[in-house]
Ligand binder design. Structure first.
Ligand code: BLG
Length: 491
């Protein structure tokens, strides 16, 4: 039987082996970057404040990047902490700092010059670089047409690298870069003719076309480049792998498509002409009625931007609008509804707005409690357009189909059936042009989203009419004489 007594040498050997095992074990237990984030319960992200990345809206934080990374944080089961950087240098530097943010999510193009500094994730959106000019100037069609014009891009962006290359081929080309502005500011500068041209990402153009009526694409520089998130260098691959898995899922589940449509789909929804008209009317017409929208909204406890969005959908903010069926005014009240709301003259914009506000508030309060709170407003808008009776018919048909009558997503697929005999013959109120309220709500949501950015809470308190928002060139409210509505006035 071997002796169990320990010689000093043996004890030393065993002790050393134990120590080694302990060390190896503790190395194995070293938490990965991902585990550390999960242990701390916080995902610290840096971004930029802009309409395509992150901003405050009526419900709090929002923006394409914000929504995407919030889904990621939710999936990890951690809290999201957002920090914003003033410029790209600051963003990348803070990412490399100790205890800095784990991810930068800010519509970043993996610029070869940054590759040593940070690591980029897989792409979530492909964009291209576009030269933007003012529609009143001659359209430049190629790089040599840029010579002799003032040209601006964001400092530290991929566009700066593009311009450097162009300058190499066209030495007389002049350009400047700035770290004091966002892409949205560059586009505004073209719209205001402060600069001849700017180079920005195509997603920025798609989003901002509705704010700046005079901007146009001159030409596209490069077919496409990817947008990615960046993570700090020197970390293990756990976080990067998790991000890439999440992005692949977001593509598959349709999440990325939904976000892209919501933030960059203005032109697709409104059409190019529609988007441009909205941008013009935002500047030229809305300031005349903003005070009325605000006053009516306050009285009836609704968001004034929602009323303004409704007014745009109804009449393009034209107080004398009249439909084929005799529905009239800025908020398009029927004669019956106008009378019920105490409106004496439908063509008076102030009265029309007050009537519309009172009516939508009343419809909101009449909706059954069972309706999903987030969806109530869409139901109320549908009722504003098609009437509460028809809306309830559509909800009943929705239930009969095994869908949820309290969810707008379900009811909106059924509403168009009210125009088909096989369906409306089974309803209480019969035929209605059921497709119209769906279109009506879709458009209002779009206008509402746009107005929300224009009048973010941090710049609230400044009204559109005094030029205090992001939109330049607003004229003060006018005091036009109000035409009369003979149908009501003469009664
Ligand atoms: C709405 C009324 C509802 C009414 C429905 O019609 O008008 N809304 C307003 O007046 C604000 O009150 O519901 S009901 O009272 O329960 O019957 C249904 O009659 C208005 C709609 C009609 C629509 N725009 C507001 O959205 C309109 O103008 N249609 C005309 C189309 S066309 O140009 O003549 O083809």
């Amino acid at each position: 039987m071997p002796s169990l007594t320990l010689t000093p040498i043996r004890a030393l050997l065993i002790g050393g082996a134990l120590l080694l095992m302990l060390m190896l074990n503790s190395c194995g237990k070293q938490p990965t970057t991902l585990e550390r984030i999960q242990e701390q319960g916080i995902l610290h992200v840096i971004t930029r404040n802009s309409p395509s990345t992150y901003f405050q809206d009526r419900n709090g934080e929002t923006g394409f990047e914000y929504e995407l990374i919030k889904h990621f944080a939710d999936q990890l089961g951690v809290e999201l902490r957002i920090e914003t950087a003033d410029n790209l240098d600051q963003l990348f530097n803070s990412l490399s700092a100790e205890d800095g943010p784990a991810i930068a999510a800010a519509g970043l193009v993996p610029n070869p010059e940054r590759v040593d500094q940070v690591r980029f994730s897989d792409s979530y959106l492909d964009v291209s670089s576009q030269f933007i000019y003012h529609q009143k100037n001659t359209r430049p069609k190629q790089a040599k047409d840029l010579v002799g014009h003032t040209l601006l891009a964001l400092k530290g962006s991929i566009h700066e690298a593009h311009l450097q290359k162009l300058k190499h081929d066209h030495p007389t080309l002049d350009y400047a870069v700035s770290d004091q502005v966002e892409s949205v500011d560059l586009l505004r500068m073209v719209d205001e003719k402060q600069v001849d041209m700017v180079l920005v990402n195509s997603n920025q153009v798609a989003m901002n076309q509705v704010y700046f009526p005079d901007i146009r694409v001159a030409f596209t520089l490069q077919a496409s480049h990817p947008l990615s998130w960046a993570i700090a260098p020197g970390t293990d691959v756990s976080l990067l792998n998790e991000i890439n898995r999440f992005l692949a899922n977001a593509k598959q589940s349709g999440l990325l498509q939904r976000l892209t449509e919501r933030y960059y789909g203005h032109v697709d929804t409104l059409g190019y002409v529609g988007a441009n008209a909205f941008a013009r009317h935002l500047q030229q017409r809305l300031p005349n009625y903003e005070a009325h929208f605000r006053a009516a909204a306050q009285e009836h406890k609704v968001d004034w931007r929602l009323l303004a969005a409704m007014g745009y959908q109804e009449s393009h903010w034209l107080p004398t609008a009249t439909s084929k069926t005799g529905v009239r005014g800025l908020m398009m009240l029927t004669l019956r509804t106008a009378q019920a709301m105490g409106v004496k003259n439908r063509l008076d914009p102030k009265q029309s707005i007050q009537g519309g506000a009172r009516y939508i508030a009343m419809l909101m309060s009449q909706l059954p409690k069972s309706i999903d709170p987030a969806d109530r407003i869409w139901f109320a808008l549908a009722a504003y357009n098609v009437g509460m009776g028809h809306l309830h018919d559509a909800r009943k048909l929705t239930s009969a189909e095994g869908l949820d009558p309290n969810k707008w997503l379900d009811v909106k697929t059924i509403l168009p059936r009210l125009a088909q005999k096989q369906w409306y013959s089974k309803t209480r109120y019969g035929y209605a042009r059921g497709g119209e309220p769906v279109h009506f709500v879709n458009n209002i949501r779009r206008y509402y989203d746009i107005l929300t950015w224009v009048t973010q809470p941090q710049i609230e308190g400044t009204s559109i009419s005094n030029g205090g928002t992001h939109i330049p060139g607003f004229t003060p409210a006018d005091s036009r004489t109000v035409p009369t509505d003979p149908e009501l006035i003469n009664e």
